[in-house]
Design a protein around this ligand. Structure first.
Ligand code: ZN
Length: 341
């Protein structure tokens, strides 16, 4: 019970990429870069093990960004043709690449990375991928004509990729869908359907991570506009509870999400964010334990996975390490209270 995990990304060491950036430039090139990525992934997997994290990830050390790390390998995208787009419902305006032809996956994208991670740990292994709706909110459509149609096309190529990741020994595939908290009607109309298409014929556990974004200024500003109670999850959790997704990962630490909303996910594993990614210091283990106890009022410990609110990528490396240890230590406190250790 209280299986610990993280929502995905971890900071890249400063010898590998620029620190504390969401779009860092690599500091190495060629074979040295590939070796550096593997070394960084190895370090983070061992740090997670030492911190008591049960389901570990390679920390997204092999990719610059959680969406573009996948998209840069997909054909049909014109990276020179930039379109100005207000992503996450105009929270930030970015020049994004444009889909100009039917998309196609020319070959394996992440399976060698997953195989490397599988080879260095006996723990359960999680691998994260961008969800179809979030992809479509990060790239412009110059071909398909509707977001739903483009999402289904991405779901097809994600499905090809996931089958290979499963064969490489991945235990949990997690889709990152921060857009689910923004386009709630689309989630019900086609967002979950796109996830179902992406997991067709796949047997490993499937998670969807839905948060209020990395702890960057644009997101912090957006959160102040959401009022005293953040009820976005309330609109989509009933549909997610009815879906074929196994696990839902959400943000709880220092957020204004009413914890009673967790009760809407009664048939799912719930990955409860108990580590705040916007705070630059690690929380004391007792504070983490407090978040877990509060969530246990609505989720029994067999289904509750203490987790981070979101990725830790933009944080200083030592802070991220300390937060991993806080997650493990805080969970241990509650396990002891439950008499399960
Ligand atoms: Zn997140």
């Amino acid at each position: 019970m209280l299986t610990t995990t993280i929502s995905g990304s971890l900071p890249k060491p400063s010898w590998l990429a620029e620190p504390e950036k969401l779009w860092p430039a690599w500091q190495l090139s060629g074979e040295q870069l590939e070796e550096g990525k593997r070394d960084a992934a190895y370090i983070w997997i061992k740090e997670q093990e030492a911190a008591g994290i049960d389901i570990v990830s390679e920390g997204e050390q092999f990719r610059v960004h959680f969406v573009h790390g996948f998209l840069e390998h997909i054909q049909g995208i014109d990276w020179q043709k930039k379109t100005k787009m207000g992503i996450r419902d105009n929270r930030y305006v970015v020049d994004v690449p444009t889909v100009t032809a039917p998309i196609k996956r020319p070959g394996s994208i992440h399976s060698a990375e997953a195989a490397f991670a599988r080879g260095v740990t006996d723990r359960q292994l999680k691998f994260t991928l961008p969800g179809p709706m979030t992809i479509c909110d990060t790239i412009a459509d110059g071909h398909y004509g509707s977001r739903a149609d483009m999402a289904m096309a991405f779901a097809e190529v994600l499905n090809e990729e996931i089958r290979e990741l499963e064969a490489a020994g991945v235990d949990v595939i997690q889709f990152d869908e921060p857009a689910f908290n923004v386009f709630m009607n689309d989630v019900k109309n086609w967002g979950i359907e796109a996830l179902h298409r992406a997991i067709d014929g796949v047997n490993c556990k499937i998670a969807v991570h839905i948060c209020y974004g990395y702890g960057i200024q644009a997101n912090i500003d957006w959160k102040t506009s959401l009022g005293n109670e953040w009820r976005q999850y309330e609109e989509i959790f009933p549909a997610l509870n009815d879906s074929r997704i196994d696990q839902v990962s959400l943000e709880c630490a220092n957020s204004k999400v009413p914890l009673s909303l967790l009760g809407l996910l009664k048939d799912k594993d719930v990955l409860v964010g108990v580590i705040d990614v916007a705070k630059q210091t690690a929380e004391p283990p007792e504070e983490v334990a407090g978040h877990i106890r509060a969530a246990m009022e609505f989720v029994d410990p067999e289904r509750l996975q203490p987790c981070t609110n979101c990725g830790l990528a933009p944080l200083p490396r030592d802070v991220a390490s300390a937060k991993l240890r806080a997650l493990g230590a805080g969970t241990d406190i509650v396990r002891r209270e439950l008499g399960s250790v």
